[in-house]
Design a protein around this ligand. Structure first.
Ligand SMILES: C[S@@+](CC[C@H](N)C(=O)[O-])C[C@H]1O[C@@H](n2cnc3c(N)ncnc32)[C@H](O)[C@@H]1O
Length: 250
């Protein structure tokens, strides 16, 4: 048509988060102990919390499973476990844990974000995984994780809690979580990124946030960790989901 300006070229939407992180082989031997000391046991507790939402016979997928102590428990309870990780050493530790209990699971060495079994899982578990990504990539990863759930299935995320409450509590949370983020950044295990508000992020990808379980440092200290449970609706929503605000710039 004469006179109409040429259409501006469209940039394709990002399909998947950028560059996967591969340094976890270096820390596989000390990862669990490091987490235990850093959190006074709260990280392990936040990961065990998902077990109450997993029943015998459920198909459960773990994204970035690591050494997977809690995946072994799900397996022992009768769940059909699939676990994906980029680190051969992390997965080897998980395999040894399973063997020691006479259990089996499907372990996949590879990029969890390339896992394409849409709608197949009763539960998708992401423990300290989405925080490996900067905000835009994290949202793409969350969308992919949600697509792997069957209608009515649950996404369960354990991670650092975002700062909440009064000034002192927010300051404490900031200092504590940024110390860990700086260490992870130095070891090239994670980028510099905020602590995410996963309940809001889950709603933004069309999931129904069912609840947030807080975990205190060493069981009695400040709330530095949380487990968020969100459900894929049985039917697609009739209204578009709310857009979350900008990630906390902490
Ligand atoms: C912070 S660790 C958490 C491990 C475990 N979920 C836990 O909570 O103990 C992150 C894990 O994700 C794995 N990982 C990183 N990027 C990945 C990706 N794109 N696909 C699969 N695994 C990935 C790492 O190898 C590592 O084992």
């Amino acid at each position: 048509m004469a006179g109409s300006p040429p259409a501006a070229p469209q940039r394709p939407a990002p399909q998947r988060p950028a560059r996967p992180l591969r340094n976890y082989d270096l820390v596989a031997g000390v990862y669990d102990l490091g987490c235990h000391v850093y959190s006074g046991g709260a990280i392990a507790a936040s990961k065990r919390a998902h077990l109450r939402f997993v029943s015998a016979g459920d198909r459960v997928l773990y994204l970035g499973v690591g050494t997977g102590a809690e995946a072994v428990e799900a397996c022992a309870n009768g769940a059909a476990v699939t676990a994906v990780d980029l680190s051969p050493k992390m997965l080897a530790r998980l395999r040894r844990r399973l063997d020691a209990r006479g259990l089996d699971a499907e372990l996949i060495l590879g990029d969890a974000l390339a896992h394409r079994r849409s709608g197949q899982y009763d539960a998708v578990v992401a423990h300290y995984f989405f925080n490996l990504f900067e905000p835009e990539a994290m949202r793409a990863a969350l969308r992919q994780a949600a697509a792997l759930l069957r209608p009515g299935g649950r996404l369960i995320v354990a991670d650092l809690a975002p700062p909440r409450g009064g000034r002192l509590r927010r300051l404490l949370n900031h200092a504590y979580s940024k110390a860990a983020t700086a260490a992870f950044l130095a070891l090239r295990l994670a980028p510099w990124r905020p602590n995410y508000h996963y309940a809001a992020e889950c709603r933004a990808v069309g999931l129904q946030a069912e609840g947030t379980i807080p975990f205190r440092w060493a069981g009695a200290g400040p709330i530095f960790f949380e487990t968020v449970v969100a459900r894929r609706p049985d039917r697609p929503p009739t209204r578009p989901p709310p857009t979350p605000g900008p990630a906390d710039p902490n």
